[in-house]
Design a protein. Structure first.
Length: 291
């Protein structure tokens, strides 16, 4: 019988802080937040991260700062100096008599705009605030938050099931990260929890057998690690079970679609019930794979 987690957290606690401004962040379960970034193992407000890494260049003509932005195509790079586009045009005309050098510079404005853009993109990439970087760090934040809640659910489940406030989290984390010597691949917290819930009756019986054979009291930590070892040994069969289950669900969906099409054109599928029964029978066999 699958055991559900009763005390799930819906808000990340203790509340993390933006690594830049240090203000606390309200991070909720299943709440997509495009305003958070995760970089170098820290969460940031998106605006804080961009402002912190913002690049400014001084316009050679007006001496004002130029905010370098990836979408800013108005930056001219000419003769090792940066200009606002309009300032560069003014500079080209800022002589009493026409200057061949400046006439040629103006004629090649697009070339120097392109150089400004390429330099800008390179600078943004180095400071990790290019558009692609920001998109990746936003995805990293989503992944980090999902993983945090998955691990929180696993902790809550283990505390409830084993009636303990102390978990061997360092060893569990090695399994999640894939650094445990017994593993060739990481076991995500969400899968570890799913296995533990599905196999809880089996693990309880194994624990009881272990306790009955021992002359000493067995601690919750030892029982958790024992259960963890059982699940590590069953992970390959769990993955096979998931794959077979996925195939069966696709077949059921296809069967349902075919039946709906048949009904829409007035065709009665005589073997519909038997087909569904066959799929259900196979489903029972698939459930035995993760044994």
């Amino acid at each position: 019988m699958t055991r559900l987690v009763q005390n799930k957290k819906n808000i990340m606690t203790p509340r993390p802080s933006c690594f830049c401004c240090k203000s606390p962040l309200d991070v909720c379960r299943n709440q997509g937040d495009n305003n958070l970034l995760y970089f170098d193992k820290h969460l940031y407000h998106k605006d804080c991260f961009i402002d912190m890494n913002k690049i400014k260049k001084k316009c050679y003509f007006c001496s004002q700062d130029i905010d370098v932005d990836e979408n800013e195509c108005e930056i001219v790079y000419y003769d090792k100096h940066y200009y606002h586009k309009n300032c560069f045009i003014q500079w080209c005309h800022a002589t009493k008599t026409p200057s061949r050098k400046r006439i040629m510079a103006l004629a090649n404005l697009e070339k120097y705009l392109d150089e400004g853009k390429q330099n800008t993109l390179s600078l943004l990439e180095k400071k990790h605030i290019s558009k692609s970087n920001i998109e990746q760090f936003s995805k990293n934040a989503e992944k980090y938050i999902l993983q945090w809640f998955d691990e929180s659910d696993l902790c809550a489940f283990l505390r409830e099931e084993y009636d303990t406030g102390t978990l061997p989290w360092t060893k569990i984390k090695k399994v999640i990260n894939g650094t445990d010597d017994r593993l060739d691949t990481p076991i995500p917290a969400i899968e570890l929890l799913d296995m533990w819930q599905r196999k809880i009756d089996y693990i309880r019986r194994a624990n009881q057998k272990l306790i009955s054979k021992s002359d000493r009291e067995i601690s919750p930590t030892a029982l958790i690690l024992y259960g963890l070892s059982i699940l590590i040994n069953k992970y390959d069969s769990y993955l096979r079970w998931k794959e077979k289950k996925k195939i069966l669900e696709a077949e059921k969906e296809q069967q349902t679609s075919q039946n709906l099409v048949g009904q829409s054109i007035g065709y009665s599928n005589v073997s519909k019930d038997s087909s569904v029964d066959n799929i259900d029978d196979i489903s029972d066999l698939v459930d035995d794979i993760f044994g």
